[in-house]
Design a protein around this ligand. Sequence first.
Ligand code: PXG
Length: 465
Amino acid sequence: MTETLSAAQAALLRRMDLDHHLPAQSDYQLRERLGGSRIIVRAEGCTIEDAEGNRLLDGMAGLWCVNVGYGRKELAQAAYEQMLQLPFYNTFFKTANEPAIRLAAEISARLGADLSHVFFNSSGSESNDTAFRLARHYWALRGEPKRQIFISRWNAYHGSTVAGASLGGMKLMHAQGNLPIPGIEHVMQPYWFGEGFGEDPESFGARAAAAIEERILKVGPENVAAFIGEPVQGAGGVIIPPPGYWKKVEAICRKYGILLIADEVICGFGRLGRWFGFQHFGFKPDIVSMAKGLSSGYLPISATAVAAPIVDVLKAKGGEFIHGYTYSGHPTAAAVALRNLKIIADEGLVERVAADAGPYLAQALARLAQDPLVGEARSLGLIGAVEIVARKGTNRRFRGEEGHAGPIVRDACIRNGLMVRAIRDTIVMCPPLIISHAEIDRLVATIGRALRESESELRALDASG
Ligand code: PXG
């Protein structure tokens, strides 16, 4: 790879991208109209750099994943050494390898409770596919094969595979490919700002939890395999449930003997100031999906952790769990993940999020919340959201096509050197856990500046809408 790209080289790459590459979740016509993708060439710490030499503060940690920041030589070294010794071997035929074994033990120690065993995959979607097949298989082994149904929430994100997109509650995803597959029930999400505004947050949370119980009763508890949820919904717009929600959800699952699956793909590995999000909310899942921060995105690897009683059933009833991926327990990916967990532990990053960086972000966002265009600015640990509203003190959005205000403000952030995401009219952030105070100040100040720069365009949208 060249150190720097000339303007001509960058233009050529952009042309090749248009001619040959289908990037993820893209509008391919829009990409043509915009003249091609932004090509990212390098990164260091919390900063990414594009082919034009623009440097942006990465407010998204890549895609909610580069927890330890960019440029970690230890991780490159771990991959290099493992590749020389054993780049790949499968775990299908009564075989295993040292990095995968050590990583499984390390993850289950961090999970605590009875989450004793780990199944490896390469992505968050695959991790949820594993949870899906495992939960149904478990109930069949238990002699309750009717337990097939999964309950999830609207606007949840559980991946892009057939099971992942079906478990997720993204209606636009469902509209493509005739999803969800049968056996998935979606209930309301605990999104206070969007759906409970004006209501007492705790009673709104109780109402959202009760919706799960109502659905269980409607479909028959004897038919329900599991409930799945992200402790904090990420791609749905950083939806932090009101206090008490998760304890109620846990109690409902226990009452009807339903498995509780925590999708920790974003919340895991320090994001909320604990190793896992369920530890923050004080509940105990039976199955845990994790990916992203497991390797800080340096290599693709994910894991599905399983509680001991489920493993006991798998063992006791014998037979093969006929499931796995070529790259399950990939030794190089596992070696990098192990080293990544060591960095998180050695540098006290989880504690840093809880005691320092998280509260610092919360304070900065509390100041931004005064902005006349901000309806709510919320965060937990190092994940946060800013709700853009047309009228202060309400949750009224700008008129015009729904979701217009967010992209306008996001583009202004990018122009001002900050990479963040817009989810409809919500600006979300999820920076590396190493982000400095000065960088947090810049992140929040840039959103403020972007709001000011966008205000007249937004008001015009409202007037015409
Ligand atoms: N669960 C959660 C909670 C996620 O956030 C997945 C599963 C799927 O992981 P993989 O590795 O299969 O992508 C995710 C992924 C967005 C966006 O628009 C979010 C994700 C992926 C792509 C886009 O914010 N999260």
